[in-house]
Design a protein around this ligand. Structure first.
Ligand code: HEM
Ligand code: HEM
Length: 201
């Protein structure tokens, strides 16, 4: 019987908060576009007067939080990311390793897409769109990062389903944790981690 997938509690906490912020930013960002731009299509959704402020607040929270999640991913969670070196494994088409590598590449891609939205969002000015200024390059970059992030989220979920099915996706939302993963042990584990690397005596 295959073992049930398990995600470290710290990953679930950081990934969960980050995912909620990204999804809220995608939705509120779309509403901003719909209300003030709409050049590439428009939905008949009601106007929300404070939508830029709402998006700005979600954006700012995401801006402060993403570095924490990224720090986790690049250190403790590094094994779940894949870079250009992994592309070699893609020659083994359709073997399980192919899908696992693709999944890890989409993890890396979505993280990069999140950084793109992070950087271009910071360059945005809240007064541009209400004044009808829709041609600033920072705004276009911000719009492109919305699209890239949206596509990456779709691929991230599809690859998750392909590699581990719904049990894998649900393992990310579960709130149960193993005794050895208890937050009470985190300070000691963090200390050990630093000692192992010679950063702490
Ligand atoms: C169609 C999509 C989007 C539009 C039209 C849009 C529009 C805007 C606007 C007008 C601002 C300036 C608001 C202000 O400074 O108060 C802003 C800021 C920001 N946005 Fe977006 N956005 C979109 C998507 C996203 C997405 C998907 C993310 C992240 C996942 C994001 C993250 C941010 C961040 C981090 C800021 C800076 C917030 C700050 O520092 O105050 N945006 N966006
Ligand atoms: C909303 C629904 C989401 C679900 C159900 C989901 C699910 C998952 C799962 C199951 C994994 C673990 C994969 C494994 O064990 O191999 C994972 C990892 C990851 N996810 Fe998501 N994800 C979601 C949204 C997002 C978003 C919005 C981002 C944006 C940055 C993101 C970034 C990542 C990254 C970077 C990893 C690798 C983490 C690490 O390095 O340990 N995910 N996701």
């Amino acid at each position: 019987m295959p073992t049930k997938p398990y995600q470290p509690l710290l990953l679930r906490l950081l990934h969960g908060v980050n995912s909620i912020l990204v999804i809220l930013a995608l939705i509120s960002g779309y509403c901003v576009y719909n209300q003030f731009d709409g050049r590439w299509g428009k939905l008949a959704i009601p106007r929300i007067n404070a939508i830029i402020d709402i998006h700005g607040t979600i954006g700012l929270t995401f801006f402060l939080f993403l570095p924490l999640f990224a720090l986790y991913s690049l250190t403790l969670g590094q094994r779940r990311l894949a870079g250009y070196k992994a592309l070699g494994k893609l020659s083994q088409v359709n073997k399980p390793i192919w899908w696992v590598t693709l999944h890890r590449l989409t993890n890396t891609a979505i993280l990069l897409a999140a950084w793109m939205a992070w950087g271009s969002g910071k360059l945005m000015d809240e007064t541009w769109l209400p004044m009808g200024q829709v041609d600033h390059s920072a705004y276009l970059a911000h719009l492109i990062s919305w699209l890239v992030l949206f596509i990456c989220l779709g691929l991230h979920l599809l690859m998750g389903i392909k590699v581990g099915g719904t049990p894998l996706l649900l393992s990310m939302a579960s709130i149960k944790y193993r005794p050895e993963d208890s937050p009470q042990l985190w300070p000691a584990q963090a200390k050990q981690w630093l000692v192992d690397r010679g950063w702490l005596k």
